[in-house]
Design a protein around this ligand. Structure first.
Ligand SMILES: Cc1ncc(COP(=O)(O)O)c(C=O)c1O
Length: 383
C-alpha cells in the first residue's frame, strides 16, 4: 500500500499556465495565455547549438556554468548597466530563471523568515518560500497604476523580514519600475540584514525609450541582491530553460551550494552556443525593445474599437486588458469561456494574488507572429 503523503505545498495545484495552454489546445483556440513566442529562435543560435553538439560538447558543464558564457554575461552587464561583475565568482548559469529563483530562496530563507512579494506576483516565488519554511508577506501593487506603495513596504518590514522579491519589467502587469523605486528600496533596506531577489527576466523588453532599472545599476542594492535573468526570454527560446543569477561572491557561494544539488549543471551545448551568440550578435538583444514595441503597438492598434480598455504596457510581452465594460464574470470564468467559445486563451490575473482585488483584467501575450495577432485582434474586437 502506498503510504499517504502529507503535501508540503497545500496551496499549489497545476499552474494556470499549464491549465490554460492545455485548454487552448483542447479547444483549438489561439493561445495568448502562456508567455512564449510562436516565432523561431535566431537561426545562427540554433546552428551554434548543433555545431557544439557535433563538436562533442555533450557532457556535464562546469557546475557554475561554461566560463565563456559567464564572461559574455559579465560583458553584457558592463555594457548595459555600467556594473563590473566577476564572471568567476559572481555569475552562475542555471536551468532557467525558475531554478535560480528557487535556489536563491532555498539558500536565503530559514524557517520562520518573512519574504515580501508584490501581488500580482509570478507564481513560483511563494511555493519556494514555503518549501524553505518561510512565510510570504503579500503587498498589493494597486490597479490600475500597479506602482509599489513604499509606505506599505516600510510598514511591512520587521525583524523577521529576510528577503524582498522584486520583478521589473513586471509580469503580468507590464509595468516598469523607475529610479525612484530602486532608490526607495535602497533606503528601506539600508543597515538591515534584508536581501533582495530581483527577477529581471524581461530586462531587454522595455518600451518608449524607457530605461530598465536593473538592481545592478545601484551598487548599494547590488551588494545585497541576487539578480536573475533568462536567456529564454531574450532569445525566443523559452523551452531551452537557461538563465543565470548574478550576486556578490559571498552570496554566490551559498547560491551554488543549492544549485549544485538541485541540478548540478545546466545543458552544455546551449551554454556554448549562447556564449558565441552573445559575442557575435550583440545587435540581437539591442534590437529587442524595438522588435517587441512594434508587436505591442500592432496588438494595441488591432484593439481599436473593441470594448476592452487598456494602457499600453511599458515592458514585457504581456498586455493587460480591462474587460469590465464587457462582462461582470470572474476573470477565471471569463478566460475559460473565451477559450471555449471565442477561441482565444488568456491568463486571468487574479491567480497572481493572495487576495484578488475587484478589478477585472486578463493578460494576453503578444510575442506572436503578425498573423496570430491579426486573428486575435479580430476575435477581441468582436467581443
Ligand atoms: C517574471 C518571471 N520570472 C521568471 C520566469 C521563468 O523564466 P524561465 O523560463 O527562464 O525559468 C518567467 C517566465 O515566464 C517570468 O515571467
Amino acid at each position: 500500500m502506498t503510504p499517504s503523503l502529507d503535501t508540503k505545498l497545500p496551496k499549489v495545484g497545476t499552474t494556470i499556465f499549464t491549465v490554460m495552454s492545455a485548454l487552448a489546445q483542447e479547444c483549438g483556440a489561439l493561445n495568448l495565455s502562456q508567455g512564449f513566442p510562436d516565432f523561431p529562435a535566431p537561426e545562427a543560435l540554433i546552428e551554434a547549438v548543433a555545431r557544439h553538439m557535433r563538436a562533442g560538447a555533450n557532457q556535464y558543464a562546469p557546475m557554475a556554468g561554461v566560463a565563456a558564457l559567464r564572461e559574455a554575461v559579465a560583458a553584457k552587464i558592463a555594457a548595459c548597466y555600467g556594473a563590473t561583475v566577476d564572471a568567476v565568482s559572481e555569475v552562475t548559469v542555471t536551468s532557467g530563471a525558475t531554478e535560480a529563483l528557487t535556489d536563491v530562496i532555498l539558500a536565503v530563507v530559514r524557517p520562520g523568515d518573512e519574504v515580501i512579494v508584490f501581488d500580482p506576483a509570478y507564481d513560483s516565488y511563494e511555493p519556494a518560500v514555503e518549501l524553505a519554511g518561510g512565510r510570504t508577506v503579500h503587498l498589493a501593487l494597486p490597479a490600475p497604476a500597479f506602482r509599489p506603495d513604499w509606505d506599505a513596504v516600510a510598514a511591512a518590514i520587521g525583524p523577521r523580514t529576510r528577503l524582498i522579491v522584486i520583478n521589473t519589467p513586471h509580469n503580468p502587469t507590464g509595468r516598469v519600475w523607475e529610479a525612484a523605486d530602486l532608490e526607495r528600496l535602497a533606503e528601506l533596506t539600508r543597515d538591515t540584514g534584508i536581501f533582495i531577489l530581483s527577477d529581471e527576466v524581461y530586462e531587454h523588453i522595455v518600451f518608449d525609450g524607457r530605461r530598465h532599472e536593473s538592481v545592478l545599476r545601484y551598487p548599494e542594492l547590488a551588494a545585497r541582491a541576487f539578480v536573475v535573468s533568462s536567456f529564454g526570454k531574450t532569445f525566443h527560446a523559452t523551452g531551452w530553460k537557461v538563465g543565470y543569477c548574478v550576486a556578490p561572491a559571498a552570496l554566490t557561494v551559498e547560491l551554488r551550494k543549492v544549485h549544485q544539488y538541485v541540478t548540478f549543471a545546466t545543458v552544455t551545448p546551449i551554454q556554448w552556443a549562447l556564449a558565441d551568440f552573445l559575442r557575435e550578435h550583440p545587435g540581437h538583444w539591442q534590437e529587442l525593445p524595438a522588435f517587441y514595441q512594434a508587436k505591442r503597438d500592432r496588438f494595441c492598434s488591432l484593439l481599436a474599437g473593441s470594448r476592452l480598455r487598456f494602457e499600453p504596457c511599458a515592458g514585457t510581452y504581456f498586455q493587460l486588458l480591462d474587460y469590465s465594460a464587457l462582462s461582470a464574470e470572474r476573470d477565471v470564468d471569463l478566460a475559460r469561456r473565451l477559450t471555449r467559445e471565442a477561441g482565444i486563451a488568456s491568463i486571468p490575473v487574479s491567480v497572481f494574488y493572495e487576495h484578488p482585488p475587484a478589478s477585472r483584467y486578463l493578460r494576453f501575450c503578444f510575442a506572436k507572429d503578425d498573423a496570430t495577432l491579426e486573428r486575435a485582434g479580430a476575435i477581441l474586437r468582436g467581443l
